[in-house]
Design a protein around this ligand. Structure first.
Ligand SMILES: Nc1nc2c(ncn2[C@@H]2O[C@H](COP(=O)(O)OP(=O)(O)OP(=O)(O)O)[C@@H](O)[C@H]2O)c(=O)[nH]1
Length: 201
């Protein structure tokens, strides 16, 4: 969920997509400005955080980078449950990864937070000569499903900060802080003083 207080917003964000699509690479590029040609496959999930300034507010993303291997699929709800935003990633050089990404969208539409901001990222845009998924095909799909679409490259950094920035701008701002410390403090008059004119300014 996104929580807000004094113009500071905390937002849980999850990355989903086929193995090898470039989820970890996008996060590594966004959080550390790095890219590894041989990025290791994620086991389970990995957590990162990064803060962005957007207009007069700051958004602290709490990022869950999930593992794309099928054997980890059953863990995914733990990471997307309660998320304010998701980036569904496919690899523009792989039709299979595009098909897999659409399955993730369906799953989020059925089981995710209904107000979730969803971004659809066609990654590896630097590999134009190996392209299997056209930008038009993905854009039409994204529009039909209420997602916003960008092609990205974790390798060249194209559109990487932009996709997080776009998400930050789209997060709903009207929500009051939701017990950030997990505790509810109620300012209740002491027993016996109720109704008395003894209170309290
Ligand atoms: N050319 C190119 N290669 C990329 C890009 N993004 C990722 N890669 C490469 O693709 C491979 C897989 O990237 P990862 O970031 O591990 O993919 P992932 O989606 O996190 O994979 P899992 O952890 O298995 O789910 C790595 O060798 C990366 O170097 C990109 O934008 N361009």
């Amino acid at each position: 969920m996104a929580t807000i207080g004094h113009n500071n917003l905390n937002a849980k964000l999850v990355l989903l997509g086929d193995m090898g699509a470039g989820k970890s690479s996008l996060v590594l590029r966004f959080v550390k400005g790095q890219f590894l040609e041989f990025q290791e496959s994620t086991i389970g999930a990995a957590f990162f955080s990064q803060t962005l300034a957007v207009n007069d507010a700051t958004v602290k993303f709490e990022i869950w980078d999930t593992a794309g291997q099928e054997r980890y699929h059953s863990l995914a709800p733990m990471y997307y449950r309660g998320a304010a935003a998701a980036i569904i990633v496919y690899d523009i050089t792989s039709q299979d990864s595009f098909t897999r990404a659409k399955k993730w969208v369906q799953e989020l539409q059925k089981q995710g937070n209904p107000n979730m901001v969803m971004a659809f990222a066609g990654n590896k845009a630097d590999l134009e000569d190996k392209r299997q998924v056209t930008a038009d095909e993905a854009r039409v799909y994204a529009e039909e499903n209420g997602l916003f679409f960008m092609e990205t490259s974790a390798k060249t950094a194209a559109n990487v900060n932009d996709i997080f920035y776009e998400i930050a701008k789209r997060l709903p701002r009207a929500q009051p802080a939701q017990n950030p410390a997990g505790m509810v403090l109620v300012d209740r008059p002491a027993e016996g003083s109720r109704g008395a004119a003894s209170c309290c300014s």
